[in-house]
Structures are given as structure tokens and as C-alpha cells.
Design a protein around this ligand. Structure first.
Ligand code: ZN
Length: 164
């Protein structure tokens, strides 16, 4: 008899997932791609999902509904603003993702949410901010992290980080 590994702090966890929004629209999935691999207990995935997976065994299947506060946060209205059209030297379209840098070289991404006579409205929130997220997950694999992985703070090998 083999003991099924249990998810806990400092374990490497692989999950298959399907992420949908409040309307049931598919946002992201590991279907047809590699499972998501992360180091449990280190804040590498959103808090609501990490909490839901804690203590679950390999093979566990679940549907987890995560409110914005435990996901990507609430949408911050201060990050939504309108710039005059002529401040852009190129054609801007709704849905476009723009990258800007501040004086410190920090880069920010803005989603173009509206273009009209008043100007171009940009939203600097995470695209999933303010959304309730539903994850259908299957725990594919659980193993203790190696000492080296813990020292580096990330997963090595399959689905993880590769060093030269
Ligand atoms: Zn490393």
C-alpha cells in the first residue's frame, strides 16, 4: 500500500485546472497544456486557491469559488483614468494592452477599456481584479520540495525552473 501524498507547506504541487468567470466563460485552462506546478505555502498562487488546496491529497478533485478579496483583489477605481487621444502617437484600440514605465523604471500594464471623443480610458488593474473566480481543479502530483528548491524558493525540473 502506498500512502497518498498530502499538500502542505514546502511541497511541490501539480494541478490541472479550468478557470471560469461569473458567467461561466472560460478564462484559462491547463487542458492541452502542462499542469500548473508551484511551491505550496509561499504565496505563488492566489490565496483562495492555495488555502483550498491545503491538506488535500493527490488525486483530489474540487470546484473552488474564490471571491475577489482572495483572488486578484478588488478593482481599484484610482487605476482607471482617461488620457487625451492626442497623447498617443499611435492608433489605440479597446482590448489593447499597453506597457508604461515610471521614473524608477518600474513597468505597468494598462488595458484599454474605452476609446471615444473624450479620450482613451486605461485600466491598470489586474485583468482578473474584481472577479469571482471558479476553479475546477485536479491534484495531479504532490511531492516534498528538495532542499535546493526551498533554498531557491521555486520549483525545479518538470514544469519548474531550469538552471544552466
Ligand atoms: Zn533554482
Amino acid at each position: 500500500m502506498t500512502e497518498r501524498a498530502i499538500i502542505g507547506r514546502d511541497h511541490v504541487v501539480s494541478i490541472d485546472y479550468r478557470l471560469t468567470d461569473e458567467q461561466g466563460e472560460l478564462i484559462d485552462t491547463s487542458d492541452g497544456a502542462e499542469p500548473l506546478v508551484y511551491l505550496h505555502g509561499h504565496g505563488q498562487i492566489i490565496p483562495g486557491l492555495e488555502a483550498a488546496l491545503d491538506g488535500k491529497p493527490q488525486g483530489h478533485k474540487d470546484r473552488v469559488v474564490i471571491p475577489p478579496a482572495d483572488g486578484y483583489g478588488e478593482s481599484d477605481p484610482e487605476l482607471i483614468f482617461t488620457e487625451p487621444k492626442d497623447s498617443f502617437e499611435f492608433e489605440v484600440e479597446v482590448g489593447q494592452l499597453l506597457e508604461a514605465r515610471d521614473e524608477d523604471g518600474e513597468s505597468y500594464e494598462y488595458n484599454v477599456v474605452a476609446v471615444d471623443a473624450e479620450g482613451v480610458t486605461l485600466d491598470g488593474n489586474h485583468p482578473l481584479a474584481g472577479k469571482t473566480l471558479t476553479f475546477d481543479i485536479t491534484v495531479v502530483d504532490v511531492r516534498p520540495a528538495t532542499a535546493e528548491e526551498l533554498a531557491h524558493g521555486h520549483v525545479h525540473g518538470e514544469g519548474g525552473h531550469h538552471h544552466e
